[in-house]
Design a protein around this ligand. Structure first.
Ligand SMILES: NC(=O)c1ccc[n+]([C@@H]2O[C@H](COP(=O)([O-])OP(=O)(O)OC[C@H]3O[C@@H](n4cnc5c(N)ncnc54)[C@H](OP(=O)(O)O)[C@@H]3O)[C@@H](O)[C@H]2O)c1
Length: 326
């Protein structure tokens, strides 16, 4: 089994004093470790969590290790656009800078369901909620440049349990096709990757760098809709580890590299991958950056069409509210 890619020490020793970061889904898994590391390096970190009490508990854990850590928990439910708007409004009322936006939160292989706004759960939470959040924070990211947006995608944007990642633009929400949790996850994670690519294009020349990430197969709570996480954390842990499952600290490495690595600015819009499972096995060792083997990940027309569709769905109809292409 290949060894996970790890950040070089200079990346993890970078002084982030004066930097402001938002990490969505920071109360658990990869997001928690990411928030902890950014805070340990001196950044002021906003933990954007749908369960605020869980976020507060994580803040206490971080503070026990890093007593000077600058942390705040704010409520954000990505499955509810009114919550996304309220989060952005409150953040902007209290902060006039944002250097790192880490769109980390996610759900996988959920039973068929809808967000508050009627979107299929996985495209709604993983992509559309983050799409609106990013749009509402784009001006402050530009103002704070150099700044970065890191979007958590997955190697499952390529193939998720045999289902090929593809955007079905006229049926994003599975109204006219049979719902399948893995097909929906693959679609949502491809949407994450295309969002990063298109955003990078639209932000060219602004000093805002964008990256998408596959963090590896990481021992977190993400698999809760697929099987009991207690099994993964106990008896199955050594078996899964033999087959490539990594720990959250290793799982946060690709995000941290995309957020802090010096050469990332030269590849805005690129995809960074930890060890993964791809249709082209030569890609399985990962790469920072890595060219996706999914042809749909290189479909510029689809990326632009998804952008327009996403604007329409989240109610960004006025050009002023969108990150400007011009
Ligand atoms: N773990 C892996 O093997 C793996 C592989 C590839 C990609 N990823 C990606 O990595 C990212 C982080 O996942 P993880 O593995 O760390 O999983 P995790 O431990 O389940 O963490 C996911 C986080 O997202 C939050 N979240 C879920 N729905 C939300 C909503 N509606 N609004 C706001 N936050 C919400 C969760 O909050 P609650 O605690 O309240 O549920 C949790 O904080 C995801 O985008 C995932 O797709 C993970």
């Amino acid at each position: 089994m290949a060894k996970p890619l790890l950040c070089p020490p200079d990346v993890l020793n970078k002084d982030l004093t004066g930097q402001v970061a938002i990490v969505t889904g920071a109360n658990s898994g990869i997001g928690f470790v990411t928030a902890q590391q950014l805070a340990a390096q001196g950044a002021q970190v906003v933990l954007a969590c749908r369960r605020v009490a869980e976020g507060e508990a994580r803040v206490a854990e971080i503070k026990a290790k890093h007593k000077d850590a600058r942390l705040e928990v704010r409520a954000l439910d990505l499955g509810d656009l009114s919550s996304v708007r309220a989060f952005a409004k409150d953040f902007l009322a209290d902060h006039d800078a944002l250097h790192l936006l880490i769109n980390n939160a996610g759900v996988m292989n959920t039973p068929q369901g809808k967000t508050k706004d009627g979107f299929e759960t996985q495209i709604g939470v993983n992509h559309l909620g983050h799409f609106l959040l990013t749009a509402l924070l784009t001006d402050v990211l530009k103002k704070s440049a150099p700044s970065r947006v890191v979007v958590l995608s997955s190697c499952y944007h390529d193939k998720a349990m045999g289902r090929e990642g593809e955007i079905v633009l006229d049926d994003l929400h599975f109204a006219h096709r049979k719902y399948d949790g893995w097909t929906a996850y693959a679609q949502a994670k491809l949407a994450n990757l295309l969002h990063a690519q298109e955003l990078a294009k639209r932000l060219e020349g602004t000093g805002v760098t964008v990256a998408s990430v596959h963090p590896g197969w990481v021992r977190t709570n993400l698999s809760r809709h697929t099987g009991p996480t207690w099994l993964q954390n106990t008896v199955l842990r050594p078996v899964f580890a033999m087959f490539g499952m990594i720990e959250p600290w290793e799982g946060a490495q690709t995000t941290l590299y995309a957020a802090l690595g010096d050469d990332v600015t030269a590849h805005s819009g690129a995809y960074y991958s930890q060890i993964g499972l791809y249709r082209d096995k030569s890609k399985n060792r990962g790469g920072w950056p890595l060219e996706s083997p999914n042809p749909h990940a290189h479909d510029d027309k689809m990326a632009a069409a998804l952008w327009d569709k996403s604007c329409e769905l989240v109610g960004l109809s006025t050009p002023a509210a969108q990150p400007a292409a011009a």
